[in-house]
Design a protein around this ligand. Structure first.
Ligand SMILES: [Zn+2]
Length: 367
């Protein structure tokens, strides 16, 4: 045999070994860390959507979750502690059985060392893959000369945090059922501390919580006995909510790798519009624009994205006009927008998790 004829045999042999190696490490030929790339979300029927959305209640969200968040809550304040307590108590009271842990650490800031605390809520910590919803709960610090005026940070990011708590409460039965029927895929909620710069935005004075948690997750084996995968591999999709609650938000695409999920949100927006589920929503698409490319924004996703996590950044473009002013308060929030986005996000999460709505009259009788 000439060299030319031997080489293909050698190559075939090497390829066969490679394929064998992959089969040893994965199920059905796809390593679990790659399943996110081809993940298929379900599409709920009109009836299932109606049933699922019967649980969400904007007034209740406002009273139970948003009002307690609308306080000064930069790191180390009594407001920050109260918000942490509120998040833990709320998730702890639900039937789905959330596992809530704290990531507490000290970091140097322009004002000296400060303690920061991230909260991590996981529906099923034993599940390999997680759909992550994330927000920051800290508010921006304004020095004492501003005294007499309180920066509420209503859109930045009290509303996103309240939306996540409302989602967990409204879908409690669905998430409980999903947890027992789907052991490999779960929901994780991340509440970051210290997103805001304490003095002025730099690489070291900003994103305190997310930088720390991304490092932590990278150094934590996942599943627990793994030698070559960590908690970051477990993140299917990192959905970051920020600056939400002002009227007329438009979410464009920043990352081609996740634009299909922005398309999914647009599709849900269209469906809910056609079902008459959305209020003050004149056209079938108002919010989600997967074909509209928008500029990159520094935010809590960056430390994760830099480590290879796939991100869907739900931040309006342009920012709300009240951004980083004392007008970013409860008065200037748009109730219709928040209610509509609650519904869209809840259906998105159910469909991503392949969860099904349960009958509100008979929650034991999940279809
Ligand atoms: Zn901010």
């Amino acid at each position: 045999m000439s060299v030319a004829t031997v080489r293909p045999f050698i190559m075939r042999f090497i390829n066969a070994l490679g394929v064998l190696g992959i089969f040893i490490h994965c199920v059905n030929g796809v390593p679990w860390t790659q399943e996110k790339l081809t993940h298929r979300a379900s599409t709920l029927t009109t009836e299932q959507i109606r049933t699922a959305l019967a649980h969400t209640d904007l007034d209740q969200m406002w009273q139970r979750d948003l009002t307690p968040l609308l306080v000064t809550r930069y790191p180390g304040t009594p407001g920050s502690l109260a918000v942490q307590q509120h998040i833990k108590a709320t998730l702890g009271s639900l039937e789905a059985g959330w596992n809530v842990t704290e990531d507490s650490f000290e970091a140097h800031t322009p004002y000296g060392p400060l303690t920061f605390t991230n909260l991590i809520a996981t529906l099923d910590p034993s599940a390999k893959r997680r759909l992550v919803l994330a927000c920051h709960y800290d508010s921006k610090y304004y020095p004492p000369q501003w005294h007499g005026r309180e920066f509420q940070g209503a859109t930045d990011s009290a509303v996103p945090c309240a939306m996540m708590l409302e989602l967990a409460r409204a879908l409690d039965q669905e998430l409980k059922a999903q947890k027992s029927s789907s052991p490999d895929l779960t929901l994780q909620l991340l509440f970051f501390d210290g997103e805001e710069a304490m003095f002025q935005w730099t690489a070291t004075d900003s994103l305190y919580g997310s930088r720390h948690l991304a490092e932590q997750m990278e150094s934590t084996p996942h599943p627990t006995d793994a030698t070559d995968t960590n908690l970051l591999h477990g993140i299917d999709l990192f959905v970051l909510l920020d600056l939400i609650g002002a009227p007329g938000p438009r979410f464009g695409s920043q990352f081609p790798s996740t634009s299909r999920w922005l398309s999914k949100l647009q599709h849900i927006e269209r469906r809910l519009h056609s079902m008459g589920q959305l209020v003050d929503h004149p056209s079938d698409v108002q919010y989600f624009w997967p074909n509209h490319q928008v500029g990159f924004v520094q935010d809590d996703h960056v430390p994760f994205m830099n480590k290879g996590v796939r991100v869907l950044h739900l931040i309006p473009s342009p920012f709300p006009s009240v951004w980083h002013t004392f007008e970013d308060n409860e008065e200037n929030l748009d109730r219709s927008t928040i209610q509509n986005l609650n519904k869209i996000l809840q259906i998105f999460s159910l469909e991503y998790l392949n969860a099904r709505p349960t009958d509100p009259l008979n929650p034991q009788n999940a279809p």
